[in-house]
Design a binder for this molecule. Structure first.
Ligand code: BG6
Length: 489
């Protein structure tokens, strides 16, 4: 292993190597077998330079890429067999809420949806792959958004619990690992209102900064609070159904460095980490709002309907482990000139020591070690990296090969840093790189921003055979898993 120190770098026995996907980005079959529409089905494609937009009603001249995904709904057996060939120990996927409850507030669940995921889990079991299920990954039934304002309404907690009750009971013997909400902390950011199902104007842009009134900000934090309560209730219910369940939170891990050693930059970076990362996990791992959140609410006139009953639930429904996605780091500065130059970058200022991907995501493997230490020192619970990877353009050759050495390089460096963190004492239990099979990009809706070990022959507008083929990284990752992370060459 490169970059060795005197301590031998290795991963613990039983380390969970695997990969991650989300229903809305890979299943397709959006209106098949009784599935109802979700908000993401009404988000168009975009690109690095033109935002995806939410439209309702749909526009005949626009393409909605999540509706077809990579047609995993009809090809899951082939896909899971490929994961097994790489030696996956764990497969992170999400359940589509509207396959189980098409409108979200239906009296009865959709049996076809229940059957689909049972078959997926049985396919995993056949290969000895442990499923890791995200209960909600950017997934709000359109009907709940339109009728109730999504998570802004307390009623949504009850609808969510109906869904959770069904999936926990149906799959209690097939699934042990669960995550409640994907990247819940994105809702601390104004663009998170769409993810929280708060109705958007026709044409609203997805994933970009947007102005907000004070009332809208309060509504967004109220929605986030309802997600916290729902998460806690899910943990409590899960433990009563199967005490062996391991239920985690899932945070978008954003490492923020001070741009300089000016104490103002240091404080600004600390506050950015607190607010952007730790607010949500403090609630979900420690069971209460941290002081800096209360201060922010006071200073910004944010009101949330936190009841005494909620406070008890948050304390009782603490998660068992901390999981997060990690792609990049950024710098934080208070210098108005630097801020002006950075323009409207949502995630801060670029680090002059690091390079960015073709989509402007700054590659920083050491930031992963830093982040792992930060969260483990703070919470002292098991940690899992449930997303990481390089979104890049791949070229498929005539013989079906894809030479993605840049991806191998990216992953090697990140795995080395995870091993460093393990040596630092972090209780790291698993790694599921993002988009282990090419799928629709959440941020841009493109197919050409690929993360997979498996190439999927689909273009940005849905063209192609949807055939699967193995990239060079497929064979490399297989070796990594077989050697438990010691053979990274
Ligand atoms: C995470 C999400 O934010 O990043 C995934 O949980 C997403 O859904 C991934 O796909 C990568 O982002 P993008 O925009 O490159 O697809």
């Amino acid at each position: 292993m490169k970059g060795v120190s005197m301590t031998q770098l290795k991963f613990p026995e039983g380390f969970l190597w695997g990969g991650a996907t989300a229903a809305n980005q890979l299943e397709g079959a959006w209106d098949v077998d009784g599935r109802g529409p979700s908000v993401m089905d009404y988000v168009t494609n975009g690109s690095h330079h033109s935002p995806r937009i939410f439209t309702y009603p749909e526009r005949p001249d626009r393409y909605y890429p999540n509706r077809s995904g990579i047609d995993h709904y009809h090809r899951y057996e082939e896909d899971i067999a490929l994961f097994a060939e790489m030696g996956f120990k764990v497969y992170r996927l999400s359940i589509s809420w509207t396959r189980i409850f098409p409108n979200g507030d239906d009296a009865q669940p959709n049996q076809k949806g229940i059957e689909f995921y049972r078959n997926v889990f049985l396919a995993c079991k056949k290969y000895g792959i442990e499923p890791l299920v995200t209960i909600n990954h950017f997934d709000m039934p359109l009907h709940l958004s339109q009728k109730y304002r999504g998570w802004a309404s307390r009623d949504t907690i009850e609808f969510f619990m109906n869904y959770v009750t069904v999936i926990f009971n149906e799959y209690k013997d097939l699934v042990k690992y669960w995550l409640t909400f994907n990247e819940i902390n994105l809702v601390t950011n104004p663009f998170g209102s769409l993810l929280a199902g708060i109705p958007q104007d026709d044409g609203a842009s997805f994933f970009s900064m947007r102005p907000e009134t004070e009332a809208q900000r309060s509504e967004r934090f109220t929605a986030l609070h309802h997600e916290f309560v729902a998460s806690a209730k899910a943990v409590i219910l899960g433990k009563s159904i199967n005490p062996d369940f391991m239920i985690g939170c899932m945070i978008a891990g954003m490492t923020g460095y001070p741009h300089t050693c000016n104490p103002d930059d240091i404080i600004a970076a600390q506050q950015a980490m607190n607010f952007g990362n730790f607010l949500c996990s403090d609630v979900q791992v420690r069971g209460e709002y941290p002081g800096f959140a209360k201060r922010y609410f006071r200073d910004h006139n944010v009101t949330i309907d936190l009841t005494p009953e909620d406070e008890v639930l948050l304390k009782e429904g603490k998660v068992d482990f901390y999981s997060f996605s990690y792609y990049q780091s950024h710098c934080v500065s208070v210098d108005p000139d630097i801020l002006k130059k950075a323009g409207n970058m949502s995630f801060g200022i670029q680090n002059p020591y690091l390079k960015a991907s073709d989509w402007g995501w700054v590659v920083d493997p050491k930031g992963l070690r830093y982040y792992l230490n930060e969260v483990y020192n703070r919470y002292q619970v098991p940690v899992m990296v449930v997303e990481n990877g390089l979104g890049a353009v791949d070229v498929k050759n005539e013989d079906g090969s894809v030479h993605d050495d840049y991806r191998i390089d990216y992953m090697r460096q990140h795995i080395e840093q995870m091993a460093e963190a393990v040596a630092d004492g972090v209780d790291l239990i698993g790694y599921t790189p993002w988009g282990c099979i090419d799928l629709v990009s959440a941020g841009t809706g493109e197919m050409k921003k690929r993360y997979g070990f498996i190439f999927v022959d689909k273009g940005d507008l849905g063209d192609g055979s949807y055939d699967r083929s193995r990239k060079d990284s497929f064979f490399w990752y297989k070796k990594v898993i077989a050697s438990n992370g010691t053979d990274l060459e």
